[in-house]
Design a protein around this ligand. Structure first.
Ligand SMILES: [Zn+2]
Length: 256
């Protein structure tokens, strides 16, 4: 029986980095449960239009209709009220060894000062041009998106450097082109065995809060790099993006 090194894994990174894909892959592991963006349950509970990734409104989904009433009202109003104990309550209730949350910036804000030794992080990094294409598609302007991106990616880079033993960095492009190697790395990091089912994340229903509805996820068992930025961004936009986060080490040698 595997005894993992950590019980709580927080996926961090900017938006539009493929975290839902990684979450679905991890959720295929028999010892892991991924709940999506748990720390955004407050928005989800307030919004009757919010659907679980299973396709059902959150308050009618078989998973969340069972769990949501068990949480104190405080966490449904303010994500900073979540505690390690409450998160573990879901994990043990589901009989799993590791729970994965995909709330990214919120996970960072909530947990960066937690002292628990069984908490770890997975930083996903993606070509900033791909990130910006998705962000622009959702509506936004590079003048706002780029400074915010720079602030977060620098913050994450120094976070990962300080936590070499508890924060693993995964690059989106490698996850998609060599999923087995990358998932093996993640399993080694957690102290769990790799399961081939992780490579076919479409083969079961997932119950994620606030998951990405990207059509690139619809036939996820066939993985491919989403590089639509090459045709959808203008040369001027690409130049601006290339220049902006230029001081980020993780980008410098990889995305030129
Ligand atoms: Zn559901």
């Amino acid at each position: 029986m595997d005894q993992p090194r950590f019980s709580k894994l927080f996926v961090v990174g900017v938006g539009h980095i493929g975290s839902t894909l990684l979450g679905r892959m991890l959720n295929m592991h028999p010892d892991i449960i991924c709940v999506g963006e748990l720390l955004r349950l407050d928005h989800a509970v307030d919004n009757p239009d919010e659907h679980c990734s299973c396709g059902t409104p959150l308050n009618m989904c078989s998973f969340w209709s069972r769990w949501a009433p068990k949480f104190p009202e405080s966490v449904k109003r303010d994500y900073l009220q979540w505690t390690p104990e409450l998160i573990d309550y879901i994990r043990t209730g589901e009989g799993k060894k590791v729970i994965v949350d995909l709330s990214k910036t919120r996970s960072y804000r909530l947990t960066k000062d937690w002292k628990d030794e069984d908490i770890c992080y997975l930083l996903i990094v993606r070509d900033p041009r791909g990130v910006m294409r998705s962000a622009l598609h959702k509506g936004g302007d590079l003048s706002d998106l780029l400074p915010r991106h720079k602030k977060w990616i620098e913050r994450y880079e120094s976070f990962a450097k300080k936590r070499r033993t508890t924060c693993l960095t995964v690059f989106y492009e490698e996850l998609v082109t060599s999923p087995e190697t990358q998932l093996q790395r993640v399993c080694d990091f957690l102290g769990l065995s790799f399961f081939p089912a992780m490579l076919t994340p479409d083969s079961k229903t997932h119950h994620f809060v606030r998951s990405s509805g990207s059509r690139y996820l619809k036939s996820i068992n066939k993985l491919r790099v989403d590089d639509r930025w090459r045709t959808e961004l203008t040369p001027e936009q690409i130049e601006r993006i290339n220049k902006y986060p230029g001081k980020v080490d993780m980008y410098r040698h990889r995305y030129q």
